[in-house]
Design a protein around this ligand. Structure first.
Ligand code: ZN
Length: 459
């Protein structure tokens, strides 16, 4: 995607962990920052497009299953029957009922709605951990990338950046030989993942907002041999690798029973994990495992709202901060679609369990909790996507959001506290405008979404 060079003027912009004022921002024809100048004079501002409020960097949403947007609000009733209880696994059964009904057209409509909402929530790149590969009956589509390309079209329609992660999913548990009937759409091999990647790359050549990586569903879902094969493929292509890991205590117990090691322990001991690796959730960890992740330069993807919604547990933020670990955030099942809300939940879960305040700031260093959280979440964006998405700095992609200064939660707030008020005063301020690679996006609801929801669930 090529465009004209442009120049913007921001009254204040979030740069390198602090507000800078009177900022002149140049975007090159490649969609990346070519000029960043603070304290610009009135003369220098002349001719630049004036942005009407504080400017924040676009944030990478490092973990998404777009189709799960179709079940938000629909899994919040208790299971019935004798001895029924609700946990991750009972939620998963309900989630599968959606996974097994969604057509490519419906997926495109659902993802288009979702991506518009995520853009409005301040995300400008989404990592799609995508395992819905096959047709409704489980037979492969003629084009292995049929469902993946529905996500690509949704990204292109909305202007959202997309890192598509076709996901390897081969067995239903550590000791299983294959998948269950209700997992028929997930059936894949390292070869089929490679075919999806090639098809998506062929379809998106020249679009700098779309790239690919690979995902491994989890240790329980692939054999060690297949994991190594896909990891080698990703290494050869320099692709990011994502894996669900240590989200559930049952998964940790199963891994221990099967291998004698905990999931992250096993991964670090058996696989050449490096800075391209992203460990999604990592909820149940030991200090030794967290130190090991940091030592390899790998990153953790925390999904605070989904982990809360599913009753997973609380991420050890102080433990990971103590070893200076890199992380990013993801909205995963999309029960929330704004990064400000994810960061608030992450901090509040820490405060509630530790009975302390400003935990992220105390453990990460900055004065402000919101600043500590945003800058830490931004730091993992490159690991997650392999792209230059490091905020407002020369050479990084020009993804940014302009705060609506008329939002009630920002009224009368001193300029230096705008980010604190965005994250910790709810309902959060909206973004008046969002730009991806220097281009404004529309953030409009998708008309096909309601049609798809009615077709899936009735009225
Ligand atoms: Zn997930």
């Amino acid at each position: 995607m090529k465009s004209e060079a442009q120049q913007f003027f921001a009254p204040q912009a979030w740069m390198q962990g602090a507000w800078a004022y009177d900022v002149l921002l140049g975007v090159g024809a490649d969609g990346c920052w070519s000029e960043v100048q603070t304290h610009a004079t009135v003369q220098q501002q002349a001719g630049a497009t004036r942005l009407g409020g504080p400017v924040l960097p676009g944030v990478v949403n490092a973990h998404s299953h777009a189709f799960q947007r179709a079940i938000t609000g629909l899994t919040e009733r208790r299971s019935s029957g004798a001895g029924a209880s609700d946990d991750f696994w009972s939620w998963r059964d309900r989630m599968y009922s959606a996974a097994n009904r969604i057509t490519p057209d419906q997926l495109e409509a659902i993802a288009s709605q979702l991506y518009a909402e995520l853009l409005a929530g301040g995300y400008t790149q989404v990592c799609e951990f995508h395992y819905l590969h096959n047709g409704l009956d489980g037979a492969p589509y003629a084009n292995a990338a049929e469902m993946s390309l529905a996500l690509v079209r949704a990204a292109q329609r909305t202007g959202m950046g997309l890192t598509l992660l076709p996901t390897l999913y081969m067995r239903s548990g550590f000791t299983a030989n294959g998948l269950r009937e209700d997992q028929r759409r997930f059936v894949s091999t390292p070869e089929s993942i490679g075919r999806v990647i090639e098809a998506v790359q062929a379809q998106t050549q020249g679009d700098t907002r779309i790239n690919v990586g690979v995902a491994i569903h989890s240790l329980r879902a692939v054999s060690p041999q297949a994991l190594m094969e896909l990891a080698a493929y990703a290494k050869q292509g320099g692709l990011p690798v994502h894996i669900h890991i240590a989200e559930q205590t049952q998964e940790v117990d199963d891994c221990l029973a099967q291998t004698g090691q905990r999931p992250i322990e096993w991964l670090l001991n058996h696989v050449e994990v490096d800075a391209r690796w992203n460990l999604v959730h990592a909820t149940h960890t030991t200090p030794h495992e967290l130190a090991g992740v940091q030592a390899r330069g790998a990153s953790i993807v925390i999904c605070p709202a989904t982990e809360a919604n599913l009753g997973d547990g609380v991420f050890d933020l102080p433990g990971y901060a103590a070893v200076r670990g890199t992380w990013s955030i993801g909205s995963d099942s999309h029960v929330t679609r704004r990064w400000s809300e994810e960061l608030r939940l992450l901090e509040y879960s820490q405060r509630l369990t530790q009975r302390k305040r400003n935990v992220a700031a105390q453990t990460l260093g900055p004065l402000s909790s919101a600043a500590a959280l945003l800058d830490a979440a931004m730091a993992g964006g490159h690991n997650a996507t392999g792209l230059a998405l490091g905020g407002i700095a020369l050479g990084q992609r020009a993804d940014f959001c302009v705060l609506d200064t008329l939002a009630p939660s920002l009224l009368g707030v001193p300029a230096d506290h705008m980010l604190d008020a965005l994250v910790f005063s709810s309902p959060d301020a909206r973004f008046a405008a969002v730009y991806v690679a220097g281009q404004p996006v529309q953030m409009l609801s998708d008309p096909g979404f309601v049609t798809a929801m009615h077709a899936l669930w009735g009225r």
